[in-house]
Design a protein around this ligand. Structure first.
Ligand SMILES: [Zn+2]
Ligand SMILES: [Zn+2]
Length: 408
């Protein structure tokens, strides 16, 4: 699994083609639907030099010249490439990961230069790229019996200057490029509607009905039970499991932690740490263990999720260093309000940057939990002194006192 959410790499903020975000998705889905953000994320993990080196090994001429200046955008086509280069690279997916330069005549010798990718990784990619549940299946082929069994990938360049579709099976690799030689963009141009129908027609012409001879799983590929929430080996608490292919010695072995245990009060209103566990009893409850970026995404998109209760406001643990700073209302200030106007006071705080959510209390009563940086308002009903507390999701609390007077 990988998260498809807004990202920021030192100012580089890639977006998906349709500007949407999908939250947690499988790598399979990300690749089959050509999502940009997950591709950039994976490149960030792999690192640009490792990827650029592979493309150099595949004889990408522009990469050989300027590869060292490229950044994360290279994964989305941020460099020039020739049709012959890309087609030769895809042909190595059809040859168990072995790379050979293109030959121009059949009698030219076929020379495999290097093992560019492992046979097991190649096989997994082939299985994904032959799936039919994807948006780049051309409309007129959707219900067609004339769909060749191939693995394929489409692409549309920035500004719709050209459209690409490259497909392969065990016998052939075909690369299709559609565009103007002048480089002028065409609004109607895209890989799915312009290049892929041509690709399918070519396969149906040169290799009609050879669908049955597909790539066999290579040795070295194994199956294991994984949790559907993370794709990691299932833990004792993971209920939804599927069998999934993995690469022993390469795929991560850490078990799934999609849930985490939290000690909470009987009414599940407060969470406890080991310091403040009450003798009167508590419950241990399992909560989703979301990453901060998924939490921020759910908050921003108003997607409901199961939240860990606020930390026990009576907790004595001292967290003074990074406790929230209440910036509004001003501490020790007297506020003069018009009762008839039902005037509101704004609550705002600054927090440590790991904090995602804060809990506001008025006179020790929970007012509301809000994402950091979201202003909250409350309407004082009575004149007098108010204790205003801001508790962050790490259990650090700050109190502030104000006095309210009404003008009437
Ligand atoms: Zn799990
Ligand atoms: Zn505590």
């Amino acid at each position: 699994m990988i998260s498809d959410v807004p990202v920021d790499y030192a100012g580089y903020r890639p977006e998906n083609y349709f500007g949407n975000y999908n939250g947690n998705i499988t790598i399979e889905y990300a690749l089959a639907t050509s999502l940009n953000i997950p591709a950039v994320k994976i490149l960030d993990q792999l690192t640009v030099p490792v990827f650029v080196d592979k493309l150099k090994q595949a004889q990408f001429s522009q990469i050989k010249k300027t590869g060292d200046q490229l950044g994360l955008s290279v994964i989305l086509g941020g460099c020039d490439v020739k049709l012959e280069e890309l087609t030769a690279l895809y042909a190595s997916f059809a040859s168990q990961g072995r790379y050979a330069p293109l030959r121009w005549q059949q009698q030219d010798p076929l020379k495999y230069q290097r093992q560019l990718l492992s046979p097991t990784a190649t096989y997994l990619v082939n299985q994904i790229l032959t799936q039919l549940q994807r948006p780049d299946l051309p409309h007129n082929f959707q219900n067609s019996g004339h769909l060749p069994r191939i693995a394929w990938k489409t692409g549309t360049s920035y500004g719709r200057k050209d459209a690409w579709s490259i497909g392969y099976n065990k016998k052939y690799t075909v690369g299709v490029w559609v565009g103007n030689f002048s480089g002028e963009g065409v609004p109607e141009l895209n890989g799915t509607d312009s290049a892929t129908p041509l690709l399918f027609d070519i396969f149906n012409t040169i290799d009609y009905n050879s669908a049955n001879d597909w790539f066999a799983a290579p040795p070295g590929l194994a199956q294991r039970s994984v949790c559907t929430a993370t794709g990691l080996p299932a833990n004792t608490f993971c209920q939804n499991r599927v069998l999934d292919a993995y690469l022993p010695g390469i795929s991560p072995v850490a078990k799934c932690t999609h849930l985490k245990p939290v000690m909470v009060s009987e009414n599940q209103q407060f969470a406890y740490c080991t310091t403040c566990l009450p003798e009167s009893g508590y419950l241990q409850k399992w909560y989703p263990n979301y990453t901060p970026e998924i939490l921020a995404f759910y908050e921003a998109e108003h997607i409901p999720y199961e939240k860990i209760p606020a930390h026990n406001p009576q907790c004595s643990r001292i967290f003074s260093e990074f406790a929230p700073v209440i910036t509004a209302p001003t501490s020790n200030m007297e506020y003069l309000l018009e009762r008839a106007e039902k005037q509101k006071l704004m609550l705002h705080c600054n927090t440590h940057n790991e904090v995602k959510q804060v809990y506001w209390y008025i006179n020790d009563q929970l007012l509301q939990a809000v994402p950091v940086n979201q202003n909250l308002f409350f309407t004082p009903e009575k004149a007098g002194k108010y204790k205003i507390s801001c508790l962050d999701d790490q259990g650090r609390n700050t109190d502030s006192y104000i006095t309210v007077r009404f003008l009437d």
